[in-house]
Design a protein around this ligand. Structure first.
Ligand code: ATP
Ligand code: MG
Length: 478
């Protein structure tokens, strides 16, 4: 038997004494269960949502709690699920009646009957998520821990309460949740569980893309996403949702020439970038920055392995991938595409002796995303050769320095043409036409090349010369 623990200290929030009173008045047992208890023991800070189990009707308990609260919050009832939710302060409190669940093969929706607290704990995904604290006055704060989840929290182990083959097959989303918790909490998945995930990975097909993406995003947002991504790979789950990524795994050798393993490289890049940004979509960009390398890979006798145009191909793949995974097809997707498309540009700039015009073009093309692009490219440096590592980072420092100088002088970051189309048309007395576009383009090019400064008067002089070349004459002022 687990040691006796009392956590009444965890229940200092006023809401718990209200639930306690409500439960005693209704003469039902009530417990706080799952994430709240787990995160309290792990000292992960104050949670935003609280799950309450009543041995009886969760809906009635929720209504009673609302009655006892001064502001009588609205109780949202989900009759189909037998659950109810209310908000108190900034917390969401979910109420459910203790239940026993049995599953059919083709669905993750179980057949549900009323049950005891133990039945309810049995249906939970992991021992660390089955911990419950009693809320009734008699035993307030007592920890109910039939599967020794407390010990698993100390040992940092993810384990299922029941036979893992049954747990994962019943609700295959749990495979993702196991890996997500391992990544988020830096826990180990117990060996039995891990092999059960491998055995059951085909079952993931009954889970909606949206649910899977929720979990994948939590993995991507963990401190070291490679932990979860590597587990997804090893269990065969990753190939089912991101085959473009797993296609990067492996090293080919022809005539003694090899290339790096772009899959494991990518995971390193994701970890690197995660030290510098919490932006989910920038992390996505890191994850996908090399996906064009599998379809473009070629071996040439003279130069070895190449991945010509992989950035362009990769950016095109992003759209299909986002669509298939029901990810947003809005500016987030466009941002990821842009990052993938431009992912080699700063390296090319840093490789040459960094010229002003190359830097100016880089800023112009990246626009507001230049910082993110630099963050991605710096994360992309995974060489184990310390000399090269230093060299690349120094070159990027140089690029950043140049960027500041150039931007301060030329303001090309959010480029506004210094001479407008209207001015061109009125100067030469012409209507909208190809020539107007040609002149505008030539001005932009001259600025990016550094032939003229980004200023109105210089650009106007340049425009007049261009007009002459095109056979246009300056219109008389009326
Ligand atoms: P977090 O909110 O930090 O993601 P959590 O553990 O609170 O973690 P929720 O998804 O909010 O996770 O679920 C609350 C509780 O419900 C869990 O702690 C677990 O006991 C149970 N649970 C959630 N999803 C499942 C599932 N698919 N199978 C079994 N039990 C689950
Ligand atoms: Mg939760």
């Amino acid at each position: 038997m687990p040691k006796y623990h009392n956590y009444s200290k965890a229940l200092h929030h006023k809401i718990f004494s209200v639930i306690s009173r409500a439960a005693d008045e209704l003469e039902v047992e009530a417990y706080v269960i799952g994430g709240f208890v787990r995160d309290h023991i792990l000292e992960r800070g104050e949670p935003k949502d609280i799950d309450i189990v009543a041995v009886g009707s969760g809906i009635e308990l929720a209504r009673k709690v609302s009655d006892l609260l001064p502001h009588k919050p609205k109780v949202q009832v989900f009759q189909n699920f037998g659950t109810a939710m209310l908000r108190a302060n900034d917390m969401e409190i979910e109420f459910v009646g203790a239940r026993k669940e049995s599953y059919r093969k083709d669905s993750r929706k179980p057949i549900v009957e009323n049950g005891t607290l133990e039945d309810d704990q049995n249906r939970r995904d992991f021992t660390i998520n089955a911990l419950a604290l009693k809320l009734n006055e008699n035993g307030f704060g007592d920890l109910l821990d039939p599967f020794n989840g407390y010990q698993d929290l100390q040992d940092k182990v993810i384990r299922t309460p029941l036979d893992p083959d049954i747990t994962y097959s019943d609700d295959p989303l749990r495979m993702y949740r196991a890996i997500r918790f391992a990544s988020q909490l830096n826990f180990m998945i117990e060996a039995e569980s891990l092999s059960a995930i491998k055995r059951n990975n085909k079952r993931i097909k009954i889970i909606s893309k949206e649910r899977i993406m929720d979990e994948l995003h939590k993995i991507l947002l963990s401190d070291q996403p490679s932990k979860g991504l590597a587990l997804l790979f090893k269990t065969g789950l990753l190939a089912k949702i991101l085959p473009e990524l797993t296609a990067l795994q492996g090293i080919d050798e022809v005539e003694g020439q090899t290339h790096k393993d772009n899959f494991w490289h990518t995971l390193e890049v994701v970890d690197n970038i995660s030290r510098n940004t919490d932006d989910l979509w920038l992390r996505w960009a890191a994850l996908l920055h090399d996906i064009g390398k599998a379809p473009t890979k070629k071996f040439h006798k003279k130069i070895g392995w190449t991945f010509h145009g992989h950035e362009f191909v990769g950016a095109k793949m992003v759209f299909k991938l986002f669509k298939r995974l029901r990810l947003p097809l809005n500016e987030k997707m466009k941002f990821v595409q842009k990052m993938v498309l431009m992912s080699s540009r700063p390296i090319a700039v840093a490789d040459d002796h960094v010229t002003d015009s190359a830097v100016r073009r880089l800023i112009f093309d990246a626009g507001d995303h230049i910082e993110d692009l630099m963050t991605l490219c710096e994360a992309d440096i995974t060489t184990k050769n310390p000399k090269r590592f230093r060299k690349y980072h120094n070159n990027f420092q140089l690029v950043r320095q140049k960027m500041e100088e150039v931007e301060e002088r030329d303001h090309v970051r959010n480029f506004q043409p210094p001479v407008s189309g209207e001015e061109i048309m009125s100067t030469f007395g012409i209507t909208p036409s190809r020539e107007v576009g040609q002149i505008k383009d030539a001005i932009k090019e001259a600025i990016l090349e550094g032939d003229i400064p980004n200023e109105h008067d210089a650009a106007r002089d340049f425009m007049l010369k261009m007009g002459e070349k095109l056979g246009l004459s300056v219109a008389e002022k009326s």
